[in-house]
Design a protein around this ligand. Structure first.
Ligand SMILES: [Zn+2]
Ligand SMILES: [Zn+2]
Length: 145
């Protein structure tokens, strides 16, 4: 399948135990690998891969548990995950434009997306490898025009 064909397919996913399922209506607005400390603590990994979409593009089947804290930019950040298996689903917060960020690893076929950049590289542990062919940003990329 070409990248273009994949980009037009609805993307389905869910948590580890299957209690919570979701469908994303394309297109993804951005796909980033995030190395920030909060992502590390929330997922137990060196970095996590997130799919940025508008909230209206996500249809949930099931009700995730949530945890809210204050993010790097001072706004509230809420992480949505399965209360039974702990599987991470998406993150929402005080972001411009009503964006949410879905965990790419929770897709049924994570190969449906391709990361375009790596963010918060300043927090990346030395043992974690990211794609060095992608643009890397110490924190966030410059805002889109
Ligand atoms: Zn679950
Ligand atoms: Zn992060």
């Amino acid at each position: 399948m070409t990248g273009e064909a994949m980009a037009s397919q609805p993307m389905e996913g869910g948590c580890l135990c299957g209690d919570i399922r979701y469908t994303i209506t394309p297109p993804a607005l951005f796909v980033s690998q995030c190395c920030c400390r909060d992502c590390q603590k929330a997922t137990g990994t060196g970095h996590t891969t997130i799919i940025g979409i508008h909230k209206s593009q996500l249809a949930m089947d099931g009700t995730p548990a949530t945890y809210t804290n204050t993010g790097d930019t001072g706004g509230r950040v809420t992480r949505h995950f399965c209360g039974r298996c702990g599987g991470r689903l998406y993150t929402s917060g005080d972001l411009p434009g009503d964006y949410i960020m879905v965990q790419a690893g929770s897709l049924d076929d994570p190969g449906q997306v391709s990361p375009q950049d790596v963010i918060y590289v300043k927090d990346k542990p030395h043992w974690d490898k990211v794609d060095n062919t992608l643009p890397q940003y110490a924190e966030l990329p410059p805002p889109p025009v």
